[in-house]
Write a protein that binds this ligand. Structure first.
Ligand code: ZN
Length: 377
């Protein structure tokens, strides 16, 4: 089975070119310039970009990954797929270790199916003063032994853990994560600059939603933000929804970290794709008003209702990124973070046919996953 998409504006990290591409058995087999050599499906000059890769996502369409409920997880994944995310992590929030182990074991089934790309423990090893929408009663001190058990429960699919490096046991737990091939991400933390550097030295290589749930930049007390942005070993997550972070601060982070160390995430919760109302994030009650999710008690921002297509469009419109750079921060760099860049994250021969067709307004017109249309253009 072979399909050629013709009359396309193909966006690669190197540039945009008018041409065509051929897909066979779920993979891209040819990419060419100009008119296609044979018959093909014309996309009418629209942009074709690689499917988005979201490394921090809690759910959508009423489904919540932290429940570990497979029907809910499928519903959430389908919603994000229709918005162009063809590779996504399932992020769990703070829960008792037994609850986390149960959810990870359940979701590992969907990782094996290829619906999810891995599991992320955003808690419980986070700072009480920066726990945001996580249940403060269930926070724990980081423990390498406990994390090893949780990783085992996920049957090889746990890919990321968020840790506050200032907590007792944190550095040893970061070392354990790195040794197990699990990305240690610094976040939900009150760490100062030096403690953050110690976390990076121990093996941390990501920043969980830079700026959110951490001390702000200060010129004499630079804190974790400067440490994370400054270090070439660290990739930073940004929530580009216009609510979590001011666009000027997003541009600032991007100017420092560049497209190779910046990833757009949604941090979406179950309300993504639905209207305003009352929802749950883990055990915490969340109210969504005007698309902004906040804890019912206290008013802390509690995840987002963002989808990756909106984050991508905002990167071009509000942050001024070129299309090739926007494709890097929405697809290629997060794919690299997950060790999947050989298969997904860009358009090239041999890559999976995970594609998004965008309208001139950069709205999603079509989505393909492994050569199969999720939404036909
Ligand atoms: Zn989150």
């Amino acid at each position: 089975m072979s399909l050629t998409l013709a009359d396309a504006r193909i966006v690669t990290p190197e540039g945009v070119h008018e041409g065509w591409l051929t897909i066979e058995d779920g993979r891209i087999t040819h990419v060419g310039q100009g008119s296609a050599p044979g018959p093909g499906l014309s996309v009418g000059g629209r942009h074709v970009v690689p499917g988005f890769v979201d490394v921090h996502n809690h759910g959508g369409a009423g489904g919540s990954f932290p429940t570990g409920d497979l029907d809910q997880a499928r519903r959430a994944a389908e919603l994000h797929r229709r918005h162009g995310t063809t590779t996504m992590m399932a992020s769990l929030v703070t829960d008792a270790p037994e609850g986390l182990a149960r959810a990870a074991a359940a979701l590992s089934e969907l990782c094996e199916e290829g619906l999810l790309a891995g599991i992320h423990f955003e808690g419980p090893y986070i700072a009480p003063g920066r726990c945001g929408a996580h249940d403060p009663a269930l926070l724990r001190e980081p423990s390498p032994g406990e994390l090893a058990e949780l990783v085992k429960a996920g049957r090889g699919h746990v890919r990321m853990v968020t840790i506050a490096p200032e907590l007792p046991g944190a550095l040893d737990t970061i070392r354990l994560a790195a040794a197990e091939g699990v990305i240690a991400a610094i976040g939900h933390s009150d760490a100062d600059y030096d403690t953050t550097i110690a976390g990076i030295e121990a093996g941390a290589s990501m920043a969980t939603h830079l700026y959110n749930a951490m001390p702000p930049l200060g010129h004499r007390a630079p804190g974790p933000i400067a440490a994370l942005l400054d270090d070439e070993r660290v990739t930073v997550e940004l929530i580009n929804d216009g609510v979590h972070v001011h666009p000027a601060m997003l541009r600032l982070a991007y100017e420092v970290a560049g497209p190779g160390r910046t990833v757009l995430i949604t941090d979406a919760m179950s309300a993504a794709g639905l209207g305003d109302g009352d929802y749950l994030l883990g055990s915490m009650r969340v109210r969504v008003d005007d698309g902004v999710a906040r804890l019912a008690e206290g008013g802390s921002i509690a995840g987002s209702t963002l989808t990756m297509d909106v984050a991508f469009r905002r990167a071009v419109r509000e942050l001024g990124l070129s299309l090739p750079d926007a494709v890097q921060v929405a697809s290629l760099t997060p794919a690299r973070v997950l060790g999947l860049a050989g298969r997904v994250g860009s358009i090239g021969v041999g890559k999976a046919a995970d594609l998004v067709v965008l309208s001139p307004e950069l709205e999603v017109d079509g989505v393909m996953k492994d050569g199969v249309w999720i939404a036909e253009p």
